[in-house]
Structure formats: structure tokens, C-alpha cells
Design a protein around this ligand. Structure first.
Ligand SMILES: Nc1ncnc2c1ncn2[C@@H]1O[C@H](COP(=O)(O)OP(=O)(O)OP(=O)(O)O)[C@@H](O)[C@H]1O
Ligand SMILES: [Mg+2]
Length: 253
């Protein structure tokens, strides 16, 4: 069988739903499809069920393994992302400082960085998806949702008890900072999912070690996001008050 036909055949098997397959073929190059096959052939999932989110830098899909378990598959785009910005986040982080400045290497390092960060974040007791595997620009992780419905972001589905949400977010920030020595760098109500009242932190590809030269300014931005969100919800906070609340947990987390 010719190579093209073989790829088409394979894609059919692994994205059975026609509309989904069309989206797939449009947005992913051959190498990305190959990376997906690689992970599928290792048993991390069997089929891609549907798209959960299509964004600027990544697409997230719901996949299912042979036992019927749901997985989230995040695929980073290799063409349209802001590679210069990504490079800055990688370069200043000693774990990824040696990355070469070309699109592919940057995106592959990014997927690996999100995997490493998820592992670290899980270890320090912050609720986030458990990472399962990565290959090139594809990351497989625990699916956050109920049945096959992905949990909404806190932005879309806020919780009533705002004090409790604040406490949880401060606990997350303190564990990240003092136990993992990480700054999330995109901490907001958009990147916290609400799984039936339980908060789950996501989107950690950009998170950097506190030794990154920009770590302090990223942290400042996170504090501002938190202060603005809670102030809008009626719990008035300044970024400095949020910082003090995080610091107060230093010996407690
Ligand atoms: N593990 C997961 N389980 C369920 N849904 C997820 C999971 N990870 C991500 N999502 C969904 O996909 C969306 C995008 O994911 P994420 O925030 O990690 O990507 P992103 O880098 O912000 O992508 P972009 O900004 O390019 O859209 C999330 O807002 C959430 O709805
Ligand atoms: Mg996001």
C-alpha cells in the first residue's frame, strides 16, 4: 500500500468520527499524526473521540483507551505559536536552558516541560491532571471531567463559597512556590477547572522554576490575576495582600 493511503487508513481507524477526522487532517501535519500513532501503539489510547478545545497554541482532545478509560490528549501546534515567547520561558529555566532555537525543538521541549511540571505539581499536593506520556508535540494526561464531559473552567462555572475558593488558590500558589519552586505564570480562573466543586489546576507548560530571571514578574502577574478575580467577586484584595497570604503559608504547606 502506498504511504499516503496507509496514513489515511490509519487515521480512519483512530479517529472514527468523520467530522473529527476532517478537523484533524486540516490542523495536523504528517509528523504530528505519526506522533499520535506512536502513543496509540504504545496503548495510551485507542481512539480520539472529539475535540475539547482549539486554541492558539494547542488543541485538546478527549481520547479513549481500549478499556474505555478517558484520556486528555494535548497537541501543541508546530506552526502558528509564538515561538519567541516560548523560547524565553524555556531558555531561562535551567531544566530546558539548552533548547535549540527552532520551531520543532521549542515545541517538543514545551510538551516535555508541561509533562515535567505536571509531575512536580502532583507531587507537592496540588490537584492537577496526572501526566501519562508525551512524544514530540503530543502530551497524554488524565482527563478532568465527569463521564466524557470535560469540566468547565472556574471562569465559566464559579463556585458559591468564594472564601473557600480563595483559600484553595492561596494553598495552590504556596505549594507551587515553596514546595515545587515553580511559578505558574498563567494562573487565572481560565486555567483552573471546576470538577463538581473540586478545583483542578491546568495549563502548566509555561510554568518556570523560581530561578528563571523573569520568575518574579510572572509571579506578580499571577498575584494580580488572583487579586482582580476575587475583587470582582466581592472579596477585595490587592496583589500585595495576596502575596502576604501566600507567604503566611510558607511553613504550613
Ligand atoms: N486534562 C484535561 N482534562 C479536561 N479538559 C482539559 C484538560 N486539559 C485541558 N483541558 C481543556 O482544554 C482547554 C485548553 O487547555 P490548556 O489551557 O491546557 O491549553 P492552552 O495552552 O490554554 O491552549 P490555548 O491557550 O492555546 O487554548 C482548557 O481550558 C480545558 O477546557
Ligand atoms: Mg489555558
Amino acid at each position: 500500500m502506498a504511504k499516503e493511503n496507509r496514513e489515511e487508513f490509519d487515521l480512519r481507524k483512530f479517529v472514527p468520527e468523520e467530522e473529527q477526522r476532517k478537523t484533524f487532517a486540516k490542523v495536523f501535519d504528517k509528523r504530528t499524526i505519526h506522533a499520535l500513532h506512536k502513543l496509540a501503539s504504545r496503548g495510551y489510547f485507542d481512539i480520539v473521540v472529539h475535540v475539547i478545545s482549539t486554541g492558539k497554541e494547542a488543541h485538546v482532545f478527549l481520547a479513549r483507551d481500549s478499556a474505555g478509560n478517558s484520556k486528555a490528549v494535548k497537541i501543541y501546534k508546530t506552526d502558528t505559536s509564538d515561538f519567541n515567547k516560548m523560547y524565553e520561558y524555556l531558555h531561562g529555566d535551567r531544566r530546558f536552558g539548552k533548547v535549540k532555537r527552532n520551531k520543532r525543538d521549542i515545541v517538543f521541549a514545551w510538551a516535555k516541560k508541561e509533562f515535567s511540571n505536571l509531575l512536580l505539581i502532583n507531587k507537592v499536593g496540588v490537584s492537577c491532571p496526572m501526566p501519562i506520556a508525551f512524544f514530540e508535540n503530543v502530551l497524554v494526561m488524565e482527563f478532568i471531567g465527569i463521564e466524557e464531559i470535560a469540566s468547565p473552567a472556574l471562569k465559566e462555572k464559579p463556585l458559591e463559597n468564594i472564601e473557600k475558593v480563595y483559600k484553595t488558590e492561596i494553598d495552590f500558589l504556596a505549594r507551587l512556590l515553596f514546595k515545587a519552586e515553580l511559578v505558574h505564570a498563567d494562573f487565572s480562573e481560565y486555567n483552573i477547572l471546576n470538577r463538581n466543586g473540586e478545583l483542578v489546576l491546568i495549563d502548566v507548560g509555561q510554568a518556570v522554576l523560581t530561578t528563571h530571571p523573569e520568575a518574579e514578574s510572572f509571579f506578580e502577574r499571577d498575584l494580580n490575576n488572583v487579586a482582580n478575580y476575587f475583587s470582582k467577586k466581592g472579596l477585595k484584595k490587592t496583589a500585595e495582600e495576596v502575596r502576604a497570604d501566600v507567604k503566611a503559608l510558607k511553613e504550613k504547606v
